[in-house]
Design a protein around this ligand. Structure first.
Ligand code: ADP
Length: 396
């Protein structure tokens, strides 16, 4: 059996994992432990068509890691695991690429907790659990922010006093970097050109959504900023609003900054506009049956997306392709079609049949005649993390 990489994405109430053979670029097993911190927690492991869910004895990350190790041992996979790769949301300005974890790297991830207070502490728990559970194996951190560290100053600065940047790290960082890196790799392969000569605009549209401008293989701008709240309309996040909203809601409704931030993160976006759901699939079905809120939410989503894609073309300089990825980008022919209608004045058009065919993991070209290429790419962040981990651990 080839050496394999265990990829871990540890959140505050869940631990997602995948075992990947990087030689064949194949997912051998994946799953998640969830319900941590609640009375009942469970571990679900999927291998091929077989899916098994078992309760965890304690609802904590330690029990989740022990359950995962027991499951890997029982399946005869433990011996093949040669390194562990961790998704880490925020690497601040310290990490421009994935890094082999040592005490210094752990301290830097800790330092970035103030930039990602919901995510980085959970990642640190996952890393420590994996160091205990897999002693002696190389551990690698792959940062969502790292790919965007190539953004130039004019893209990453906010127009606020420079002391906020210099003394407090207030700037645009961007997220979804690992997904974009994979999309660029795949787009270059599909277009038959080297990555360093690929300029494109990519949209990662999942529950969180963002757009990135790639110039000669490097990220030069993206729609998310200091936090993942900036930019596009998302499942439950508002994306851009007037920052004057904070004071307005304080004066008119007595809402403090924490309350407004929670509302913008959890009750806004597709959910807030539709009054129905944050789930694009549910909204498409409801809109087709005449639900006004669902129609409104999807219209705003596509309009905002198209405006951002057009803006990112300025940053990319040349558009060799538009790329759609993430759950909505990969599956929603309707969202792609509506967005491309807005971009028609810029010369983009779809082939309706090719567009309809790209769902459920099928990647491909969907542009119409005389349009620059439009690509659908199946997002594979775990594979990208596994490939980085294998490389940094010196594995095949
Ligand atoms: P996450 O950001 O949590 O990883 P995903 O990338 O899985 O999320 O994307 C989830 C989104 O993808 C949801 O809004 C879901 O409705 C949407 N989606 C998945 N399949 C379809 C589909 N067939 N048609 C439309 N939207 C879909």
């Amino acid at each position: 059996m080839n050496p394999t990489i265990l990829v871990i994405n540890c959140g505050s109430s869940s631990l997602k994992f995948a075992v990947i053979d990087t030689v064949n670029e194949r997912v051998i097993l994946n799953g998640l432990a969830d319900g941590m911190g609640q009375p009942e927690a469970s571990l679900t492991v999927q291998q091929g068509d077989e899916r098994v869910t078992t309760p965890l004895p304690h609802p904590d990350h330690g029990a989740a890691m022990q359950g995962l190790i027991a499951s890997l041992t029982q399946r005869g996979l433990m011996a093949s695991i040669s390194a562990v790769g961790h998704r880490v949301v925020h690497g601040g300005e310290s990490f421009k690429a994935s890094a082999l974890i040592d005490e210094g790297v752990l301290a830097e991830i800790e330092r970035c907790v103030q930039l990602a207070p919901l995510h980085n502490p959970a990642h640190l728990i996952g890393i420590r659990q994996a160091m205990d559970g897999f002693p002696g194996l190389p551990q690698v951190a792959a940062f969502d922010t790292a790919f965007h560290q190539s953004m130039p100053e004019h893209a990453y600065l906010y127009a606020v006093p420079m002391a906020l940047y210099r003394e407090h790290g207030v700037r645009r960082y961007g997220f979804h970097g690992t997904s974009y890196r994979y999309a660029v790799l795949e787009a270059a392969r599909m277009l038959g050109r080297p990555q360093e000569r690929l300029s494109c605009v990519c949209a990662h549209l999942g529950n969180g959504a963002s757009v990135a401008a790639i110039r000669d293989g490097k990220s030069v701008d993206t729609s998310m900023g200091l936090t993942p709240l900036e930019g596009l309309v998302m499942g439950t996040r508002s994306g851009d609003v007037d920052p004057g909203l904070f004071n307005h809601l304080a004066e008119t409704m007595g809402m403090n900054a924490l309350q407004t931030t929670a509302m913008l993160n959890k009750q806004s976006g597709l959910l807030g506009l539709s009054g129905l759901s944050s789930d694009c699939r549910v909204l498409e079905q409801a809109a087709a049956q005449g639900h006004e809120g669902a129609r409104r939410a999807l219209e705003k989503f596509c309009y905002q997306l198209a405006k951002y894609m057009a803006g990112q073309m300025v940053a990319a300089g040349r558009v060799d392709a538009l790329v759609f990825t993430g759950g909505i980008g990969e599956n929603s022919a309707w969202v792609r079609a509506r967005t491309l209608e807005w971009l028609a004045p810029l010369g983009f058009a779809l082939d309706p049949e090719a567009n309809a065919a790209c769902t459920g993991g099928k990647a491909g070209f969907i542009q119409g005649q005389a349009s620059p290429p439009v690509l659908v790419i199946h997002s594979h962040e775990e594979l990208m993390i596994a490939l980085d981990t294998a490389r940094l651990a010196g594995l095949p």
